[in-house]
Design a protein around this ligand. Structure first.
Ligand code: ATP
Length: 220
């Protein structure tokens, strides 16, 4: 079994996340995608919805899709979760499966700042998603990948969708070009706070949840 693990704050989940997961699942023939919303850090910013609300919004967003599942492994923890620990737990839970950590280029480039990055890149495979605002050649900055600039430039230009890369840790990484949807959670929060519409950027039931739970409103 091949499983994509999609971590994030999902504050809130939106069509950029959902469409990315769908396309990567198809391109890399995953059997399922597990969404893992992060927990609430002790010093929570006021803009970050409670982890259980973020979990619930993700659950609503994927209702009816049997290939998508949302896990509360990080958000039910009172303390901060580290991705490396989450992956270790999932490797135990899905011992028979091949796990691919799915993340945008922006997040992949941030890995050196995470807890035990070297261990993380040797634990699982990666599916790195192109995202508006990030260029594929930005990946040359990553200390974990050995790739020719020309290969990244080719992928950027041509109609190929996937570039298979070997990480220095010898794990696999697939760089996947997906339909560019320039949607971000921060834009959604900003629009909603300003009283503007967030319709069609995220599923309708998630929008209703945000409204009924009074999330992302200006602080009085
Ligand atoms: P924020 O705007 O609050 O930073 P976000 O929209 O980037 O949030 P996250 O929950 O931080 O959402 O992202 C989770 C993962 O999804 C990250 O790896 C991020 O790169 C990726 N991602 C988010 N939005 C998109 C998108 N529109 N297209 C492709 N990948 C995305």
């Amino acid at each position: 079994m091949r499983i994509g693990v999609f971590g994030g704050t999902f504050n809130p989940i939106h069509y950029g996340h959902l469409r990315a997961a769908e396309e990567v699942k198809e391109a890399l023939t995953f059997d399922k995608v597990l969404f893992v919303p992060s927990g609430t850090p002790p010093l929570k910013t006021e803009d970050l919805a409670d982890s259980l609300d973020r979990f619930e919004m993700a659950r609503l967003a994927m209702a009816g899709n049997r290939a998508f599942e949302v896990l509360d492994i990080e958000c039910r923890k009172p303390q901060k979760s580290y991705t490396v620990e989450t992956m270790e737990a999932l490797l135990k839970l899905y011992g028979h499966a091949e796990l691919f950590f799915m993340l945008g280029i922006d997040a992949f480039l941030d890995i050196p700042n995470w807890w035990m990055p070297e261990k993380l890149v040797s634990l699982v495979n990666f599916a790195v998603l192109a995202r508006p605002g990030c260029r594929l050649v930005d990946l040359l900055e990553s200390p974990y990948i050995d790739v020719e600039r020309s290969n990244l430039e080719l992928l950027e230009k041509d109609s190929r969708e996937i570039l298979s890369l070997k990480l220095k840790s010898l794990r696999e990484a697939y760089l996947v070009k997906i339909t560019p949807l320039d949607i971000s959670s921060s834009d959604i929060r900003r629009l909603h706070r300003a009283g503007q519409s967030i319709k069609y950027l995220l599923p309708e039931n998630v929008e209703s949840f945000i409204i009924s739970h009074k999330l992302y409103l200006p602080v009085m």
